[in-house]
Design a protein around this ligand. Sequence first.
Ligand code: TRP
Length: 320
Amino acid sequence: MNDVVLTGDRPTGPLHLGHYFGSLANRVELQGRYPMYVLIADYQVITDRDTPGEIRRNTTELLLDYLAVGIDPARATIFKHSAIPELNQLLLPFLSLVSVSELRRNPTVKDEIAHSSQQAVSGLMFTYPVHQAADILFCKGTLVPVGKDQLPHVEVTRLVARRFNERYGEVFPLPEAMMGEQPLLKGLDGGKMSKSRGNAIALSATEDETAALIRKARTDFDRHITFDEQGRPEVANLLTLAGLCLGRPPRELAEEIGDGGAATLKRVTTEAVNEFLRPIRKRRAELGEDEVRQVLAEGNERARERAVRTLEEVQGAMGF
Ligand code: TRP
């Protein structure tokens, strides 16, 4: 079978190093091996907030992050939800294939409801996983590189594909989630790395901003630096970060730093991160606005052609 990769992000803010080592690096690697679609999931932004916010700016910034890290628009189709009406049209027949109780059971949806700042839970909150099935199935995606929180959505997608095929004939392949074995990078305060917690290094941050963030990072009182993930999670996290950027084992770095203490650890980490991000930041600065707009326009067009074909096939199979 010919595999097709589909993945994406909500445009809610700048991507950070956690995204880079967790998924972006993997995408850059995959784009040489498979046809790949990268979705800017702009409609999904309004699932857990009332308005899309600075959607245009966030979309542009996300695109800049993609291009800066080396996602190549000649090989990957980068597109956004709101430019592909046919993708939305798939939502309707797909919704008829799942039950209300199945929608209610989705653990990721439950979790998002628990953490949502919305006044009331919208219908979209329960139905967006089916919209995400349309994201994956419109291009007959078979491989979906995602984090663990997205597994329930890939399950919904498989359910939709299987039931569609049973009712109307073989149209869709059953996609599979691709889980990387990336090291889990925590935020600089030891919690989950997240832009909203102010503990993440954005790919677009300046060298000074990066230095300031790392200076504030939590460590502990033991002057002798060791790599102990259980006992010294904050120190271990900085070592992991520096190690990823340098392509070296964190344990080896710890031995070198030794009695240099937290100050040396932070200096080494800051230099490693800034060195690593330098070419990415340089590429970002070189990208012109017109170029970025052009990339998205072309990606949208390609994705749309694909969606038109799938929608025709779906309507044909259903006998419309
Ligand atoms: N839900 C994903 C997130 O919050 C974004 C996303 C939307 C996605 N559609 C997708 C991911 C399809 C993979 C496949 O990060």
